[in-house]
Design a protein around this ligand. Structure first.
Ligand SMILES: Cc1cc2nc3c(=O)[nH]c(=O)nc-3n(C[C@H](O)[C@H](O)[C@H](O)COP(=O)(O)OP(=O)(O)OC[C@H]3O[C@@H](n4cnc5c(N)ncnc54)[C@H](O)[C@@H]3O)c2cc1C
Length: 381
């Protein structure tokens, strides 16, 4: 029997690839090796577990064992891949040698933890996986006050969700606005305003410098000398692709594992997919980008010629109090904005020097106008 396609990881990218391969009738032997149980869940649901009163187990759609039987896959759960030998076409996991024909790295990313002091700096809760939520869920269920570090998409969504349950929430961000790099301040301030009505307290332009445990809860010190006493601290300060395996195997790594438009790394038998991959100089940690990349990789693995094409993508913020959709380039400093704002919603369109649409943001009642604008945007790749 030929050697299997081996996939490292069991997140969205990995299971999406297995499903796509089986859907296209591939009978290739597949082995999935994962540090976790391999259970399938929808990671974006972690943004609203508090209002939905969900435990980690409520999010599981299918167990790893179920998927392994259904998709005819050899699953090696709770197994960490330690080393890859690219020229020998094998890897080492739990001390065992596993040969592969093709290897797919779908190792995801981890939460970036900013440097800080204090005896509890290692006790921050992160919510970048089901297991991380499982570890922190009891503490969060009992917490009456939470400080969230980072006002990017994930931090902002989680802060709104926590505040909707009546908890006291402080959202601290190094930059002076929320969603920096994603939306200009004249738009993000609309969301900030609605979060203030939820009693979210903001610490903008402030870094967390120290976290110390006390008898019950934590003392958090900020660079602006403010101090907060809270029951839990969540860190959502961005993500760092998991590139260690690839790097030590000598593959080309930049911010993520560098792949070409076939999702192939610098070694011809090794591919990368999902949050760990860097495509055309960009890490794109979004499900839609992963679906497009997976379709390309499944064809490539089946021996067909395929090249990744990425259309402009819509991003939806899961902030129910003030829903926002946006697409294209919405943070270019030289964009000229055309804004249509009413009390019910805002539509903002960004144009370049040639009067071409670069990006748009639609909130609340203006959201039906988003899709026609998305179609006017140039493809990403
Ligand atoms: C709270 C939250 C909300 C989000 N909301 C949205 C949204 O609304 N829309 C959207 O498009 N995207 C959203 N995202 C992003 C999206 O969920 C991710 O881009 C996607 O789930 C990443 O999937 P992945 O398979 O690449 O990585 P992961 O799910 O991180 O999977 C990585 C896997 O690799 C395994 N692994 C790593 N190293 C090893 C090793 N050495 N050996 C064995 N196994 C290993 C891990 O155990 C894990 O199984 C959200 C993310 C979060 C955290």
């Amino acid at each position: 029997m030929s050697q299997p396609i081996v996939i490292v990881g069991s997140g969205f990218a990995a299971w999406q690839l297995v499903r796509t391969l089986r859907r296209q009738q591939s009978a290739a032997p597949i082995t999935v090796i994962t540090a976790t149980s391999g259970d399938d869940y929808n990671k974006p649901d972690l943004s609203h577990v508090f209002t939905r009163k969900q435990q980690a187990t409520d999010l599981i759609k299918a167990s790893g064992a179920q998927l392994s039987a259904e998709l005819d896959v050899r699953l090696m759960p709770h197994t960490r891949v330690e080393e890859i030998n690219p020229n020998g076409n094998y890897l080492i996991a739990n001390g065992e040698r596993i040969d592969y024909q093709k290897l797919v790295l779908a190792t995801g990313a981890k939460t970036f933890i900013p440097p800080m002091q204090g005896n509890a700096k290692d006790q921050l809760i992160t919510l970048n996986s089901l297991e991380e939520y499982q570890q922190g869920q009891e503490q969060l269920a009992n917490a009456r006050s939470v400080l969230v570090i980072g006002a990017g998409m994930i931090g902002t969504e989680i802060a709104m969700d926590l505040a909707s349950t009546g908890r006291k929430v402080i959202l601290a961000n190094r930059e002076e606005s929320i969603l920096p790099g994603l939306l200009p301040e004249f738009i993000s301030s609309r969301l900030l305003g609605s979060m203030i009505t939820q009693n979210v307290q903001f610490e903008l332009g402030a870094e967390v410098t120290e976290v110390n445990a006390k008898d019950s809860g934590f003392d958090v010190k900020l660079s602006n000398n403010n101090q907060h006493s809270v029951d839990a601290v969540i860190c959502a300060a961005g993500i760092v692709p998991n590139t260690q395996l690839a790097r030590s195997a000598g593959l080309q790594v930049n911010r993520g594992i560098v792949v070409n438009q076939q999702m192939q790394t610098s070694h011809s038998d090794i591919y990368a997919l999902g949050d760990c991959a860097e495509i055309d100089g960009r890490v794109m940690p979004f499900l839609q980008a992963i679906i497009h990349s997976t379709n390309t990789l499944a064809k490539t693995l089946a021996g067909e010629s395929a090249k990744l094409a990425l259309p402009a993508m819509m991003i939806k913020l899961k902030t129910p109090l003030l829903p926002i959709q946006f697409g294209g380039n919405t943070s270019h400093s030289k964009a000229t904005w055309k804004v249509d704002a009413t009390a019910e919603g805002m539509l903002a369109q960004a144009f370049d020097d040639n009067d071409q649409l670069m990006g748009f943001v639609a909130t609340e009642s203006m959201m039906p106008k988003a899709f026609p604008l998305l179609r006017q945007l140039p493809a990403l790749i």
